[in-house]
Design a protein around this ligand. Structure first.
Ligand code: 5AD
Ligand code: SF4
Length: 482
């Protein structure tokens, strides 16, 4: 395990080891020299800022970057006015890219006044060939660019920025490698994400993820279990298992394991009280998994089940491998096995060729399922995906109008679902002191609804019973029930 490593014991005058993770420990030890030198020159350790732009996978990757920066002697700060800034980018929709281009302009201005500053970019957006070209041509002030497959090499790449002139670039097309036992700095003490797999093999026709995150790779169950045991020993009570499609976990391992089997093993780990996971592809959600969820006392009664569209015709065009009826039947099976389970979803509006009739099918599913909440997205054309070449893109004003109608429908059902819980008592994992009112603390129910109630800081990280007095749409005000 990484926490047994003493970087001071590493001989940095020897040549770097070839095997991982020892090679990265070696470069971490080397980087420590630079932060020490910085201290001698400036009377303080250098500061670093890690900014993530994407999903929970991206957030977990940012914790790994932070872990390495801390281990080599950086002081982590919230501000972008730091000695080292790294953007962990997303590219699932065009606006994610636009945000990064915008912020880079600002960083360039800051760097002109602070020339020793280093700027790094990594993550999904860096896997796009056009992005790299644009960076090489017009963003020469960036010091380091790497992608999603070699994030484990961050220490080595950081070291390269100290010894190499110009922009350090290291982008891989794909990998089958998973490197274990690198440091990670968790944002929360009591909950943590845990990667169980990387990449995606589904190639939904609108989605860029399989191109930038590569083919599906599952971590070995023993590595996952060891990490979770360690987290539990460290005070973590809630874990979120992360993968682009957790339901196909383990299919390609030398000794295949199902996601349901993995969950049953995790359930046995003492100290872990809540288990969440995302994302589930409806096409792979097995009855075995539903049965494990139904009998588990730790798996939260919440399932994120992306619909994307309610029209069977569009679902076929999207390459989703289920139709409207199959999706609704699956919801039925889940609801009857796990009564009261909260269902949330992702929906895309304005996929090429979407007609008013197709859209009405989506509204129909929203009405029939009655989601606790939904992430709604306007279709974004991603170069390189099959859908991007379709000629029948839906006009912007039509998409906007449908989007507003969808949002209204989603909110109406979410409020109804939440309202139904008013007056009940349920368990809340307390996460933080309320930002607006410090006499309140805020936490989440197992079904993911947020609850605010009077309480003090020492409740943070504890699971307590709370009476849900007042529903405010997608959150509650409550009081301790004891
Ligand atoms: N346009 C809009 N939304 C998209 N998503 C993925 N690709 C696109 C795209 N090109 C959405 C899907 C997915 C979520 C993570 O992002 O709904 O489930
Ligand atoms: Fe994208 Fe589909 Fe893979 Fe999800 S399952 S990451 S939407 S290709």
């Amino acid at each position: 395990m990484y926490n047994e490593i003493d970087l001071k014991q590493i001989n940095i005058n020897a040549s770097p080891p070839a095997e991982e993770p020892q090679r990265q420990y070696y470069f971490m030890a080397k980087c420590c020299q630079y932060t020490k030198q910085f201290f001698t020159g400036h009377g303080r350790f250098p500061t670093a800022h890690v900014q993530n732009y994407g999903c929970q996978m991206n957030a977990r990757d940012s914790e790994k970057l932070t872990g390495i920066l801390e281990a080599v002697g950086y002081e982590i700060v919230d501000s972008e006015e730091a000695d080292f800034v790294i953007y962990n980018t997303c590219t699932v929709r065009e606006n994610a890219n636009n945000k990064v281009w915008g912020r880079l302009g600002y960083l360039n201005t800051y760097k002109k006044k602070h020339p020793h500053m280093k700027i790094a970019l990594c993550g999904c957006m860096m896997q796009e060939a056009e992005v790299l070209e644009k960076l090489k041509k017009s963003y020469r002030f960036v010091d380091l660019v790497f992608g999603t497959h070699n994030i484990y090499k961050f220490a080595e790449l950081l070291h390269a920025t100290f010894v190499q002139e110009g922009m350090v670039i290291d982008i891989w097309k794909d990998t089958d490698k998973i490197v274990e036992d690198l440091p990670v700095e968790r944002k929360y003490k009591f909950k943590s994400g845990v990667n169980i797999m990387f990449g995606c093999n589904n190639f939904c026709s609108y989605c860029i993820v399989p191109y930038v995150r590569g083919r599906e790779r599952s971590r070995k169950p023993q590595d996952i279990l060891r990490e979770i045991e360690q987290l539990a020993a460290d005070g973590v009570v809630e874990i979120m298992l992360l993968g682009q499609n957790v339901n196909s976990y383990g299919k390609n391992l030398d000794v295949p394991v199902t996601f349901a089997q993995l969950l049953s093993d995790i359930e046995k780990i003492e100290g872990i009280e809540r288990i969440r996971f995302m994302t589930s592809h409806p096409k792979d959600l097995s009855d075995e998994l539903i049965a494990v969820m139904a009998k588990s006392s730790k798996i939260c009664h919440h399932l994120h089940l992306p619909l994307q569209s309610g029209s069977s015709r569009i679902l076929k065009e999207m390459n989703r491998h289920y139709d409207k009826e199959q999706y609704l039947a699956l919801v039925e099976r889940i609801r009857s096995a796990v009564p009261g389970i909260a269902l949330t979803t992702d929906i895309i509006v304005g996929f090429p060729g979407e007609t008013e009739e197709d859209f009405l099918e989506t509204l129909d599913v929203v009405r029939r399922v009655g989601y606790e909440s939904a992430f709604t997205f306007i279709y974004s054309k991603r170069t390189g995906t099959p859908a991007a070449t379709k000629s029948d893109q839906v006009p912007e004003n039509v998409v906007k109008e449908r989007f507003d109608r969808l949002l209204k429908e989603v909110q109406q059902h979410a409020t109804m679902r939440a309202n139904a819980l008013t007056g009940s008592v349920d368990e809340v994992l307390v996460e933080e002191v309320n930002e607006q009112d410090d006499t309140l603390v805020s936490g989440r129910l197992g079904n993911n609804f947020i609850v605010h109630f009077p309480g003090s800081r020492d409740l943070i990280g504890k699971i307590v019973k709370v009476k849900l007095n007042e529903c405010k749409g997608f959150y509650f005000y409550g009081e301790l029930a004891q």
